[in-house]
Design a protein around this ligand. Structure first.
Ligand code: ACO
Length: 402
């Protein structure tokens, strides 16, 4: 709706657009989505091709720098990120100070915010070299932080990085290796996680990315902006949905596995009952990421030899939804979060680690969007208007007279 406001002197009008359903907050060259056609492209490259043929750090380079790297540029970038994966010893101590049952998303955002205190030489948002340093530090240290989130939760010692291994391979080693055993990496798991990180790497102006941009628009540093993005991602309507999906599937299974009965409750809009992992603000056709993840979930579980009845249940729910008026009318399809948790679970991650894995994958997108905004001279501080609906002017009455 358009509301005429006598308060806004310059134009006389303010648009009220709850949830920013129709408001573009910026122009961007990074990610293209066509929600009706189910298309997603990073810098023009279809997500299907990148998921099939690229690697997470190459995609990070593409999103952040705008073009695919040459072989030399890619080697240099990967080497630089790998070399920065080690964190300060005091930072390791800091990671161990949270309560054992703390939600890892809270620890992750605190940890990313705290990085700025350990690397004060990387804070200037307008010096290109400093921004590049902060970029590399965040990509490198969040990988280490994410593995430490798992290890502190299970009470295992925090391992040091091994520079000779790849980004994803060493992340899995640092997360799951037993200190007293030789670690053998599993190529299926490495490839599947690499693909999942690519699928999560950017998604234009979603809730967390808009948060990163609005925090950065006050010229807050990259760490502060990304930490805010992690907090936005933690909610169950956004990144937290991957954890919520698995909780939902487990609950349905525990109550006898009746998918139709659960769907009845969803359609009756019983308090708090939504089909988590379904629906999207922009995709009104199948989420292309979900299509890739669904295939991957089937293949990975088979290759790992882990049949999970929850995957059958998820497919059953999807099948019901695809031919049900309620979901058809509202154009509700599985989103990226519907099947990811099943893959993470098969890999050995606890439910609470699912959203931190999403955040790890989203780092390149947040960084690229922040950098695009900061280097645009037309950027202004983010400051929406409002339409005031409160009391008209009235006189204060002392407490004795009330
Ligand atoms: N289950 C049941 N009904 C749903 C669902 C769902 N998952 N999603 C939307 N609807 C219904 C709503 O009740 C509403 O119905 P109504 O018109 O009768 O009132 C209609 O569909 C439109 O839904 P809104 O909530 O208005 O759509 P919006 O664009 O604001 O929300 C969102 C999108 C938040 C993703 C929503 O679909 C949802 O809550 N999904 C479940 C959580 C989820 O999976 N989130 C992950 C999103 S993807 C991501 O962040 C990576």
């Amino acid at each position: 709706g358009i509301v005429v406001s006598s308060l806004l002197k310059e134009t006389g009008v303010v648009t009220v657009d709850p949830g920013f359903m129709n408001t573009a907050s910026c122009e961007s060259e990074i990610t293209y989505i066509d929600g009706d056609e189910g298309i997603l492209r990073y810098r023009g490259y279809p997500i299907e091709q990148l998921a099939q043929r690229s690697s997470f750090l190459e995609v990070a380079y593409l999103l952040i720098h705008g073009e695919l790297p040459s072989p030399t540029e890619l080697d240099a970038f990967v080497e630089r990120v790998n070399r920065h994966t080690l964190v300060h010893e005091d930072f390791r101590t800091f990671m161990g100070t949270f309560p054992r049952n703390a939600h890892p998303m809270a620890v992750m955002s605190s940890a990313v915010n705290a990085l700025s205190t350990f690397y004060p030489e990387s804070l200037d948002p307008f010096d290109p070299e400093t921004v590049e340093l902060a970029t590399v530090l965040i990509l490198a240290k969040t990988r280490t932080i994410t593995s430490y989130l798992h290890r502190t939760a299970v009470g295992e010692p925090l391992l040091y990085p091994d520079y000779s291994r790849g980004y994803v391979e060493d992340f899995l080693r640092m997360t799951f290796a037993k200190p007293y055993e030789q670690y053998e990496s599993d190529p299926t798991t490495v490839a599947a996680l690499d693909k999942l990180l690519i699928l999560h790497a950017d998604h234009e102006q979603n809730c967390s990315t808009s948060t990163v941009r609005i925090v950065g628009s006050s010229h807050a540093n990259l760490y502060a902006s990304v930490a805010a993005g992690i907090n936005a991602l933690s909610g169950p309507l956004h990144g937290g949905a991957n954890e919520a999906v698995l909780k939902m599937l487990t609950e349905i299974q525990a109550q006898g596995g009746d998918a139709s009965d659960f769907m009845r409750r969803v359609k009756n809009k019983e308090q708090g009952v939504r089909l988590m992992g379904f629906g999207h603000r922009v995709y009104k056709n199948y989420d292309p990421r979900a299509a890739i993840v669904k295939k991957s979930a089937d293949a990975v579980l088979q290759q790992l030899g882990k049949h999970d009845p929850l995957l059958d249940l998820a497919m059953n729910l999807e099948e019901i939804a695809l031919s049900d008026e309620y979901f058809i009318e509202r154009k509700l399809y599985p989103n990226v979060d519907f099947y990811t948790g099943l893959i993470y679970k098969a890999m050995g991650f606890s439910e609470q680690m699912f959203t931190p894995l999403f955040a790890l994958g989203r780092m390149p997108g947040w960084i690229a969007q922040w950098r695009e905004m900061m280097s645009d001279p037309t950027t202004k501080i983010g400051r929406p208007r409002q339409v005031y609906t409160g009391a008209v002017e009235r006189d204060y009455v002392g407490v004795d007279a009330r």
